[in-house]
Design a protein around this ligand. Structure first.
Ligand SMILES: [Zn+2]
Length: 221
């Protein structure tokens, strides 16, 4: 599931050194888990692991954009959001297509890899959520962090359920169904981010040089 609202914070909270360090660690963990789930997903033949990696990619982009906010011009923030939305959209399409192609065959993904990596993903998301909560900075939006972490956990649990389903049925179908749902949600989420960011860019070019702070925070989320 692609969160659209992880790790928000305004420029004030980003001036807090400790909070910036927390965001850097969260960025590193999310990037590592993105790569880890892709590699494990390809190696084990699991599409749901690859689909779950989408969320780590989106979250990593959120942390990177949050970290860049203090020094970034508004237009570059919109461009970064375009890049983020576009990448998530393309990646979601890739996972959905490979899932549909896999449905034509009858390979069975390795359930033990799915279970182990799904559990690791759950621990990584839980650890990041605890860290964000523990070191939250004054105006950090903890509600969005909570919603985001909850959605992340639902995605990880769906991978674990798919692994159990693969063991139970001896087929790839539980993996494909979970992957299909998650990739579709990623495509929808990516399109929404992309459309909003493109809209912001167009609006700014057309009418107003000034953008209010709420719009800035909605952009980086
Ligand atoms: Zn997330």
């Amino acid at each position: 599931m692609v969160c659209s609202s992880c790790a928000s914070g305004t420029i004030d909270s980003l001036a807090d050194k400790r909070w910036r360090r927390v965001l850097w660690i969260a960025l590193a963990i999310n990037l590592a888990m993105f790569a880890g789930e892709i590699v494990a997903g390809v190696a084990s033949g699991s599409r749901s692991l690859q689909a779950d990696a989408l969320d780590f990619l989106g979250d990593a982009a959120n942390y990177a954009i949050s970290l860049g906010v203090a020094g970034m011009a508004l237009q570059w923030r919109s461009r970064a959001a375009v890049l983020k939305g576009g990448t998530i959209l393309l990646f979601g399409i890739y996972v959905l297509i490979t899932t549909l192609i896999a449905a034509l065959g009858d390979g069975v993904p390795r359930a033990e890899t799915m279970g182990a990596v799904g559990l690791l993903a759950l621990l990584a998301n839980g650890g990041v959520a605890l860290m964000l909560y523990r070191y939250r900075s004054g105006d950090a939006n903890m509600r969005s962090v909570w919603i985001c972490s909850r959605n992340d956990a639902i995605g990880n649990l769906a991978v674990l359920a798919a692994a159990a389903g693969v063991v139970g049925t001896g087929t790839q179908w539980p993996d494909l169904i979970v992957a299909g749902i998650m990739a579709s949600l990623g495509i929808v989420g990516g399109s929404q981010i992309l459309r909003r960011a493109l809209g912001e860019l167009g609006q700014r070019n057309a009418v107003r040089p000034e953008v209010s702070l709420p719009e800035v925070t909605s952009l980086i989320n």
